[in-house]
Design a protein around this ligand. Structure first.
Ligand code: SF4
Ligand code: SF4
Length: 215
């Protein structure tokens, strides 16, 4: 949700202390879910939830939720839309526990935005365009759980060789297309490995879908 930036060409940046407090919400939510899964629930309860009717059609329920918004959910979505007019990506930045998890995983990524001090002309454009407010201009390599790998800093940098996505070691540059393919491979590859290893059990027949959806 970055509509506000598209319309007004500017966003409000909360003071650092407030930004830190707000950003901690998504990590607290993630901690709550991890605690619930690994400590508060018994393994058989987790298994029962995974194979429950509710979980089987969770995606469909989510689609249904957005298609038939009303009442309190509508108010909450409306508030988020309003917030996104002033703040950049407020849901992803402050509230999304999945985003928090991916951010922590991304810290281990061997590919990161890397600045070449010798070629950088300190124009500050990378700082301005970064949707996560990362001060790229003062970093040699962006190690941040807030980096979403959008490549905006790289694509907006006009100084030849100043900023690129680079592999650990900083010698090999990964261009945008290859980087996008690696991201797709990461997510798609996980599913494929699960299927090949016989650990992917999501085969739900059309008849069962119909039964669960009451059709
Ligand atoms: S946009 Fe490029 S040249 Fe400008 S400060 Fe960032 S890295 Fe340096
Ligand atoms: S890749 Fe995107 S999120 Fe990461 S530092 Fe660059 S502009 Fe910011």
């Amino acid at each position: 949700m970055e509509g506000g930036f598209s319309i007004f060409r500017r966003n409000i940046q909360p003071p650092r202390w407030l930004d830190l407090i707000l950003r901690s919400i998504k990590f607290l939510l993630l901690a709550f879910f991890l605690y619930s899964i690994f400590f508060a629930m018994l393994p058989e309860q987790v298994t029962a939830f995974i194979y429950s009717d509710y979980n089987k059609i969770a995606d469909v329920r989510l689609l249904d939720f957005f298609l038939n918004l009303s009442g309190r959910p509508l108010v909450i979505i409306g508030l988020l839309v309003l917030l996104s007019l002033g703040l950049r990506n407020p849901f992803c930045r402050f509230l999304c526990p999945y985003g928090a998890l991916l951010g922590l995983i991304s810290l281990f990524s061997p590919v990161k935005a890397t600045r070449n001090k010798g070629a950088c002309v300190s124009c500050g454009v990378c700082n301005q365009v970064c949707p996560s407010y990362i001060p790229v201009m003062s970093r040699e390599r962006v190690h941040s759980e807030e980096c979403i790998g959008c490549l905006r800093c790289v694509s907006h940098c006009r100084a030849e060789g100043a900023l690129a996505m680079k592999l650990t070691g900083r010698k090999v540059t990964v261009n945008g297309v290859v980087f996008a393919m690696l991201v797709v491979l990461f997510f798609w590859g996980g599913t494929m490995i699960g299927k090949m290893g016989g650990h992917w059990h999501t085969a739900i027949t059309a008849a069962e879908y119909g039964r669960l959806l009451g059709r």
